[in-house]
Every structure is written in structure tokens, then in C-alpha cells.
Design a protein around this ligand. Sequence first.
Ligand SMILES: C[S@@+](CC[C@H](N)C(=O)[O-])C[C@H]1O[C@@H](n2cnc3c(N)ncnc32)[C@H](O)[C@@H]1O
Length: 368
Amino acid sequence: MHLSKALKEKYTKEQLSARDAQRLAEFIAWGPVVFQASRSMLKLGILDMLRDSDQGMTIDEVAERAGISPYAATVLLEASLSIGTVLVDPDTDRFSLAKAGWFLITDKATRANMDFNHDVNYIGWHRLQDALLEGRPAGLEHFGSWPTIYEGLSQLPADVQRSWFGFDHFYSDGSFDQALEIVFGRHPRTLLDVGGNTGRWASRCVAYDPDVQVTILDLPQQIEMMRKATDGMPGADRIHGHGINLLDPDAAFPAGSWDAIWMSQFLDCFSEPEIVSILRRAARVMGPDSRLYIMETLWDRQRFEPATLCLTMTSLYFTALANGNSRMYHSEVMERLVRKAGMEVETIHDGLGQGHSIMVCRLPEMEN
Ligand SMILES: C[S@@+](CC[C@H](N)C(=O)[O-])C[C@H]1O[C@@H](n2cnc3c(N)ncnc32)[C@H](O)[C@@H]1O
């Protein structure tokens, strides 16, 4: 397995002293309360008030300002000392913000991840081991009895939907500007947006190019959500919807001459054999000048290790909640699946937005 330099250092050799390793083991053992206490520090506004205080704050000042009892402020602040999000001055007993607390407040990815974990995943994580053993999203059951989360997306409670879309959109939205330049560099007239969800990419496409026609392929219930979300937008008349369940191996891609086929954060929703089946069906509606653009957060192509951590953890969301069998892929695996489906990878663009890559794929050139 190829690993970047940033990953090689951390993933191939032990980095920790015995004491640090023991601390990490305890951090894991107390993980749920580390998470919930830190989330309370955020939601009650305590981290914000510590950041804004010049001299730091006493427990009583925090309690009064946050509208909680001195007892509640004490347990939260003392736990946060151990977690590492706050510091205390032993002479004045005043608390201030530590670097990790600053990241919790200001890092947009951390905020999206935290909301996603609290609202979408937290209860489901209890069923991770069942999901691993049974190969199905056992952690989804408390929300409903759909085989995958995608079938239930439009029926999830409002706060759960908000955090799911917040997480999904946060990652993909940040890459769209660069992605538009790459895709529209070849001036496609027809674009198939596979797994186009609520139409955010499609609406960017029709705004970017006044002539392009975009067809979104997604589950019928998502097509309905997309129509509501894009209603009245400029260019919405050039966004078409096609309801389909691509898990059905007989569900063919709509016939047409597609200049571009776009799959953003889509193939990670499927197992390896399912990906090959979907890509084979995509290849059938491509011509020699068509290009398939696969935009994914590939875990081995991240510049910094914390991004890889987010991705390998997100894989477990797929296991426990989404479908039980997919994951965030290593680039070598994705390339192998593209080849197995009868296509070749022409180029890979890295470093878009929050760490996306775009694999540009084509049919193999015919030899005369
Ligand atoms: C993670 S979202 C990505 C959305 C969007 N492309 C983006 O980049 O933000 C995956 C999309 O694939 C769709 N999807 C999942 N399973 C599907 C299936 N079996 N058939 C068709 N679409 C599916 C979901 O409904 C969802 O819109």
C-alpha cells in the first residue's frame, strides 16, 4: 500500500512514549464523555467566552455568564483541563482557552464533524460491532427500517437531516470552484450528475455555463427534494431529474451522448462490487470523447494526517449507519475498480477544497 510521507511517519512506526500511549488509551476509554463535555463547552458558549476574555475567567464568572450552576461550571472546566481544551492560571484560578479549544470553535470541519457525530451517528455508534459482524447498518435501526440511510434521508428528523447535509455539503461545496474549472475546461454540453442529491453541483453548473444541460440521477425521493431545492433558481429549466436505484444491477444509465459524467462523494456509498457494476453501466453510455469525473476524498492523498483520520472514521459511519459495506477508499483501490469496469484513469487532480481529488476517467483508446 502506498502511503504519503505525512502518513508514513505516523502509520508505520510507533510514535508515542509509554506514558503518552497510556494517556491515549484512557482518552479512548473516556471518548464518549470527552466528546459530550466538549460539545457542552461549545453549545453553552463557554469556549467562546474564554476566547473573548483578556484575563481569563473564574468558575463563578463562567457559571454566571453561561447561566449554569457553579457545580456544572466546575465539572465542565475541570474535565476540559484534562481534555486539553482549556488552561488554568494556578495563581488566579482563571481559566483560558487552549489551542484545541480554539480549533473546536473556529475549525469549520471540526464543527461539521461534531454536529454529524452528535445528531446522526451518536446512538448508532453503539451498534458498530453488530454492523461489522452482520454487514448491515445496524446503527440506522433507531431511525427507521430502510436498508440504507439514503432511502430514509428525506424522512429523517429535521435536526438529523440538517447535520447530515451540513456534513455532506461542507466537504463537497468547498471543492466546486476548482472542480468547475476542471470539468468545464472540456466544454461539456451534456452532464450527468450521478448521486446529485439536492442539486447544489447542478445549480453551480448551469450558472457557470449558459448552454449546459444537466441530468441528475438519484433515488426518486432525492429527486423530489432536488426539485424543491432548485425551484425558481436561474437555469433550473436546464436541470433534469431521473429517479433510479443504482443498487439494482439492471438499472441502466439513461441513454444519451453524455459529454461528462460527474460522481461527487458518490462511489464511497457503495461496496467494491457495487462500484464496478455502476461504473460498467456508466461506461456503456460514454463515447470516446466522454469523460467520467470521480470526485472523492481519498484517504491516502491527504496533505495532513488529521484529514486522513476524519476519512477513516467516516468509513465507520458507512459501516454502522449508512449501508454496512462501503468506505472511504484508498486511491489504488479506486483505480483498480475503474480499470475493472473497462475504463482508464487519464489524470488525477489533487488538493481541491477540503482534500478532494478528481480522477478523470475515459474509455480506453481503440487501436486500429
Ligand atoms: C454522499 S451523497 C453525495 C451528494 C453530492 N453528490 C455531493 O457531492 O455532495 C450520495 C448521494 O448518492 C445518492 N445515492 C445513494 N445510494 C443510491 C442509489 N442506490 N441509487 C441512486 N443514488 C443513490 C444519495 O441519495 C445521495 O444523494
